[in-house]
Write a protein that binds this ligand. Structure first.
Ligand SMILES: [Zn+2]
Length: 573
């Protein structure tokens, strides 16, 4: 790359792509000669290359990377690949200090918990026992409370509606009932998801709708366990996704008192199995669900039913890694813009856990995001450094609960107070260019205006998250940074395909979530069209170029993340 760098000093930030010179074709020759081109014009010259994106997605999601599970040899391979690409792009190591020098990574200590063998689960109703199969009627997570044996004997079951306690909305599903010694049976999403109007963002999901919230609230109340009733629409994914995400090993960051956030038994029960259980104890699931959509709801004991679960649990400490490349800012190196994308996925299913292909390749989720991150590194690496520093953060453990970003946000290498923004990329487009762009959930901050403006400059429009009920805002790494006040946004391509329009785009997205998301066939195929992702990377480059120069995006008035950010306002000038 030395030769390229020499050229760069001569031509003042010419967009020389390190990998594919044809990208130069779109650059006006006047711009090549000019020594005084404004950053905006410079940005316009830089183009992302679909072929490079395709190559990186294909490689990262190939079987050789074994589904990129944290703590495995596949992690080593993935981390080395990302570091190599970052070096090629001209980035500098941006990770933790090792012996006084920055390395490329940040260690993230995790606990990995797993059942040794499937747990045995039996439901006793009116004196008769029936077996519930792990992966069929239930999907139980290995306990994360550091116990080595899960042994619940005839625990009573209590239906608690949506399991929400929201004093600011004058809503309490628990009505003071004691949960000690009981298993809470709870609905997914929040109380106004089905009615479409109410205090919980109507169809949009609040944090009260997330499964993580259900477990955390039950843990605060000392429950023995939680079974979430799976419903595809309310969860926004099918039962297969629930099984994949819960019955393998589960991970958490190292906590001093895990019982504060976890109950011993965390899991899901399949919809029809739950309906049958309610029927056997003389209750009507649908009618109870309706009543749970009102403030007046009171918890209902499933009288005559109890659950027994036993299983051995292993806990293993593992250290996984965030990967960070950095371009130091020219005049304000202490101010940082972050681009983030998670590198991890679900690895390889155990033998016998499905027929045929067992590797969860994670091509769209999230090799596409990592490829975009690396491409952004190349674009910035081949231009003059902006005023502020840019950190390219490839996070670990996102699929296991946003763990890498949570760890970074709790242990930031660059101060969060002077971190301008986080632009996150998770699940980008592989169906060609779109006329519109979108975000995961409501952005609630000034990054949205930047996105709209940059989209307009490309002749494109902004479409709000088409499925706000899916709670995407809480489902990727930008949430970890948002919680600590950093204005963050998770970019998403729109559905309005240049070739096919919105109907085809929406059908493809829905088909992906129903049939490939978190399943072994999320794989690269030669029919994927990366021109859309390239256009989106160029757009995200334009936004970042501007943010890396000046300005502090703010949280909208009324956003729950505004207050924590405002406390450090005096540190931003
Ligand atoms: Zn993802």
């Amino acid at each position: 790359m030395r030769k390229l760098n020499l050229l760069l000093t001569i031509f003042w930030a010419v967009a020389l792509p390190p990998v594919a010179p044809p990208a130069l074709a779109g650059i006006p020759s006047a711009a090549l000669r000019s020594g005084t081109t404004a950053p905006a014009a410079q940005a316009a010259r830089l183009q992302s290359d679909p072929a490079r994106l395709s190559t990186d997605v294909k490689l990262l999601s190939s079987d050789a990377f074994e589904g990129r599970e944290p703590g495995t040899r596949a992690e080593k391979r993935t981390v080395l690949f990302i570091i190599d690409r970052m070096k090629e792009a001209g980035l500098q190591p941006g990770g933790s200090l090792v012996g006084g020098r920055r390395g490329w990574t940040q260690n993230v200590p995790l606990v990995k918990s797993a059942f040794s063998g499937a747990p045995s689960v039996s439901l006793r109703v009116n004196g008769r026992s029936q077996v519930l199969e792990q992966g069929q009627q239930v999907a139980l997570r290995a306990p994360q409370t550091h116990i080595e044996q899960l042994a619940l004997q005839n625990a009573p079951l209590l239906f608690v509606g949506y399991g929400v306690s929201a004093p600011e909305r004058n809503w309490d599903d628990y009505k003071g009932l004691d949960l000690h010694g009981k298993i809470a049976v709870v609905l997914v999403n929040d109380p106004d998801f089905e009615t479409g109007k109410g205090e919980f963002g109507a169809k949009a999901m609040t944090y009260y709708g997330r499964w993580t919230y259900k477990y955390e609230e039950a843990a605060r109340r000392g429950a023995l366990g939680v079974l979430i009733v799976h419903e595809a629409a309310a969860a926004s994914y099918g039962w297969a996704t629930v099984v994949n995400s819960n019955t393998d090993a589960v991970y958490d960051i190292v906590r001093s008192d895990p019982a504060r956030v976890h109950v011993p038994l965390e899991g899901w029960i399949q919809h029809d199995a739950a309906g049958a259980l309610f029927k056997q104890v003389g209750l009507d699931f649908d009618a109870l669900k309706k009543s749970a959509q009102t403030r007046e709801f009171k918890p209902v004991l499933l009288a005559g039913a109890s659950l027994s679960v036993s299983g051995r649990v292993t806990h293993q400490s593992i250290t996984t890694q965030n990967v960070l490349g950095r371009l130091p800012g020219k005049t304000k190196p202490d101010e940082t813009l972050i681009y983030s994308a998670h590198w991890d996925h679900f690895g390889v299913r155990p033998p016998g856990a499905g027929d045929g292909d067992r590797i969860l390749n994670g091509a769209v989720d999230n090799a596409t995001g990592v490829a975009a991150l690396l491409e952004l590194g190349r674009l910035f690496g081949s231009a003059l450094p902006p005023a502020r520093s840019i950190v390219f953060l490839a996070t670990t453990g996102e699929e296991r609960g946003l763990l890498g970003s949570e760890f970074y946000a709790s242990n930031p290498i660059y101060p969060l107070e002077t971190t301008v923004a986080d632009i996150n990329m998770d699940i980008l487009g592989v169906y060609g260019a779109t006329r519109d762009v979108s975000t995961f959930g409501d952005t609630q901050n000034g990054l949205l205006a930047e996105l709209v403006q940059a989209a307009q400059a490309q002749g494109r429009t902004y479409t709000p998250d088409p499925a706000p009920e899916a709670g995407h805002f809480f489902r990727s790494d930008h949430f970890s940074l948002s919680k600590r006040g950093v204005p963050a946004m998770s970019f998403s391509p729109g559905d309005d395909l240049v070739n096919g329009g919105t109907a085809v785009g929406r059908a493809r997205r829905e088909d992906y979530y129903a049939h490939r998301y978190h399943q072994p066939n999320d794989e690269w195929t030669p029919t994927m069209d990366f021109r859309g992702e390239a256009l989106d990377v160029t757009l995200l480059y334009d936004i970042g170029r501007k943010l890396a120069t000046a300005g502090w995006p703010q949280w909208d008035a009324g956003s729950e993340f505004k207050q924590v950010r405002d406390q450090s306002a005096n540190q931003r000038h």
